[in-house]
Design a protein around this ligand. Structure first.
Ligand code: PGA
Length: 282
């Protein structure tokens, strides 16, 4: 009986030690985890958007060891901002244009985004690349414009299923990173967050195995090290995105080069996104 109890205690201590170790690894690197909720084209009304934000903010109140940002659709940015302004939930924009003003019907400028409380802007999300045909030249200009505006650019990149199956994930990521960061100086890298999002894992329920994601993140950090030096590479936050859920977030976040998650579907309910943000609490 005593042996059994001792064994159980040993197992519990080992499990706790391994999750504390993974978390402290990231903390030791000085990279504070960043969790983002990308709402995409959801929800459909201001009322639903503000209640989602309010409910979520309540559930993550006081959580300060993780940075938190939500990316509502543009028409809901200001009403949502009013609800979360005094909380630890920061605001993000899903897209912007690289020109400041003028005759660009349908476009949204970085100044407009900043004026409604936005601190982070997604650039190069795969849906923008595929559906709206944003190319690397446009994405590079958007990244630069966001930085110039004094906000943080979240540069999304990643390979398609075909490219993954052909074993080209490293090449594709390196090309996208180098093209999209072509206008960014070393000093400006403190305003850049990277988000590795394998296209085949977005909204499909297919999660990139944590060890594969880790290996790509490590590779991408080495690409940044070559371009900007090791010190900058060690500081840059690299998020993982693609079917992140409360059930798999812990394993993903236990990888040393994964510094956060960009969450789509699971950020649309306050409960599941709050569980993701609290990944290191149990
Ligand atoms: P998902 O989307 O979590 O629904 O796969 C992630 C994203 O597109 O950022």
């Amino acid at each position: 009986m005593m042996n059994k109890v001792l064994f159980l205690v040993a197992v519990i201590v080992a499990v706790m030690a391994s999750s504390v170790k993974a978390f402290t690894l990231n903390m030791m690197s000085g990279r504070k985890p960043l969790m983002g909720g990308n709402w995409k084209l959801n929800p459909q009304t201001t009322k639903d958007a503000t209640s989602l934000a309010t409910e979520f903010a309540k559930k993550v109140k006081g959580k300060t060891d993780v940075d938190i940002v939500i990316f509502p659709p543009h028409p809901f940015l200001f009403p949502v901002y009013e609800k979360v302004e005094a909380t630890n939930v920061q605001m993000g924009g899903q897209n912007c244009f690289f020109e400041s003003d003028g005759a660009y019907t349908g476009a949204v400028s970085t100044c407009m985004l900043q004026d409604v409380g936005v601190k982070y802007v997604l650039c190069g999300h795969s849906e923008r690349r595929c559906v709206f045909k944003d190319d690397d030249t446009a994405i590079a200009r958007k990244v630069k414009k966001v930085i110039k505006q004094g906000m943080n650019a979240v540069l999304c990149f990643g390979e398609t299923q075909e490219e993954y199956e052909a074993g080209l994930n490293h090449e594709v990521c390196a090309i996208q990173l180098l093209k999209d960061l072509s206008m960014v100086t070393p000093e400006e890298m403190s305003q850049v967050v990277l988000a590795y999002e394998p296209v085949w894992a977005i909204g499909t329920g297919l999660v990139c195995p944590a060890d594969v994601a880790q290996e790509v993140h490590q590779f991408c950090r080495s690409v940044i090290a070559k371009k900007y030096g090791q010190a900058i590479a060690d500081k840059v936050i690299i998020q993982y995105g693609g079917s992140v859920k409360p059930e798999n977030v812990k394993e993903i976040m236990s990888q040393p080069d994964i510094d956060g998650c960009l969450v789509g579907g699971a950020s649309l309910t306050a409960d599941s996104f709050a569980k993701i943000v609290h990944f290191n609490d149990q």
